[in-house]
Ligand binder design. Structure first.
Ligand code: SAM
Length: 290
C-alpha cells in the first residue's frame, strides 16, 4: 500500500463534520488525525476523537466509530442470521471495514464467508489501526474478494444463505449497486430460505434513497421489511435496513439456542430487539408508507 507518511496534526480545533445535503449532520471534535490518504476509489481517513474513539471516514463520510458502530453491525447481521434456520454460507458486499464480518464470525453455524470489497486499501487501513480486526479478516472461514460487488455476483453463481449489502455510499466509488440489475442478481444468488439485508441510510432526511431501494428491491422478493436502529454517529442518528426474503415464514423465526451462543458477545442486539424488529413509529411508517 503506497501510504503517505502522515504527521498527525495536533490541533485544539480539529472537527470532523458529516453533513447530509450540506444542511444538517454531525460534528465530532478530534484529538488528531491518525491517517489520511487516498485510494484509487476514495479518500480514507482515521481520526482519534474525544467522544467516539477512532473514527473511520471514507470519501469524507463517517462510516465507523469505536463508540457506536457495534449497534449498526449487530443490528445489520444478527436478525437475518437468527431468522435463517442454519446459515452456513454468508456473503458481504462492501463492508471492507470488517464490522459486519466480526459479527458474522460469532455464529458457529457459519462455514464460509465471502466478503466482496472494491477497495482493498479500506481493509488494509482498518487492519493497521483497529485492534482485533486483523483476526476477523484472517479467520480461515473468510474469503476476501477485492472486486465490484455487482461484477462478482454476476460472474459467480454461488448461492448464499444470508447476503449483507453493506456498500451504501451515495457518493461512493462505484454506483453499480443501486440498480435494478444488481437487485436482480442479488435475489438470484439467494439460496433456499435465503435472506438479504440492505442498509438504506437514514429514512428521514434521506427518505428518497430509502424509498428508491425499497421500490427497486420489492419486485425481486416476496417480502421486504424495513427496520430501524439508533446510531448517534449517523447524520440523523437513525439508520434503516431492508430485510428481504422469498420465504416469508422466516420473519417469525428466532433461534433461542443460537442466540444463547452469541448473547454474551452482543452489546445491543438481544431477544427483545429481534422480536420487536419490525415495529416502526408512525412517522417512519408514513414516510415509508408501511
Ligand atoms: N458501514 C458503512 C456505513 O455506515 O454506511 C457502509 C460501508 S462503507 C460506506 C461502503 C463500503 O463499500 C466501502 O468499504 C466501499 O469501499 C465499499 N464499496 C462501495 N462500492 C462498492 C462496490 N460497488 N462493490 C464492493 N464494495 C463497494
Amino acid at each position: 500500500m503506497n501510504s503517505v507518511n502522515f504527521q498527525p496534526v495536533c490541533s485544539s480545533n480539529l472537527w470532523i463534520e458529516h453533513l447530509v445535503n450540506g444542511l444538517s449532520g454531525l460534528s465530532i471534535k478530534a484529538k488528531h488525525a491518525v491517517f489520511c490518504d487516498s485510494s484509487p476509489f476514495q479518500k480514507i481517513e482515521i481520526f482519534d476523537t474525544y467522544n467516539y474513539g477512532l473514527v473511520l471516514c471514507l470519501g469524507g463520510s463517517i462510516v465507523m466509530t469505536e463508540r457506536d458502530s457495534f449497534i449498526y453491525h449487530e443490528m445489520f447481521v444478527h436478525p437475518p442470521m437468527l431468522m435463517h434456520p442454519e446459515p452456513k454460507s454468508v456473503c458481504v458486499i462492501g463492508g471492507g471495514d470488517g464490522g459486519c464480518l466480526g459479527e458474522i464470525l460469532k455464529h458457529s453455524s457459519v462455514k464460509k464467508i465471502t466478503l466482496v470489497e472494491i477497495d482493498n486499501m479500506v481493509t488494509e487501513t482498518v487492519k493497521r489501526f483497529y485492534p482485533g480486526r486483523e483476526a476477523s479478516f484472517s479467520d480461515p472461514r473468510v474469503t476476501m474478494v477485492f472486486d465490484d460487488g455487482y461484477h462478482y455476483l454476476s460472474k459467480n453463481e454461488d448461492k448464499f444463505d444470508v447476503i449483507i449489502v453493506d456498500s451504501y455510499d451515495p457518493a461512493g466509488p462505484v454506483q453499480s449497486l443501486e440498480t435494478a440489475d444488481f437487485y436482480s442478481i442479488v435475489s438470484q444468488r439467494c439460496g433456499e430460505n435465503g435472506i438479504v439485508v440492505f442498509q438504506t441510510d437514514t429514512p428521514v432526511i434521506r427518505k428518497e434513497y430509502t424509498r428508491m431501494v425499497m421500490s427497486g428491491v420489492s419486485p425481486q422478493f416476496s417480502s421486504c421489511k424495513p427496520y430501524i436502529c439508533p446510531v448517534a454517529s449517523f447524520p440523523d442518528s437513525l439508520c434503516s435496513f431492508l430485510l428481504c426474503t422469498n420465504t416469508e415464514q422466516l420473519l417469525e423465526n428466532f433461534s433461542d439456542a443460537r442466540f444463547a451462543g452469541i448473547a454474551d458477545l452482543c452489546e445491543y442486539y438481544n431477544e427483545e430487539m429481534h422480536k420487536g424488529l419490525f415495529l416502526l413509529p408512525q412517522y417512519i411508517k408514513n414516510i415509508l408508507k408501511q
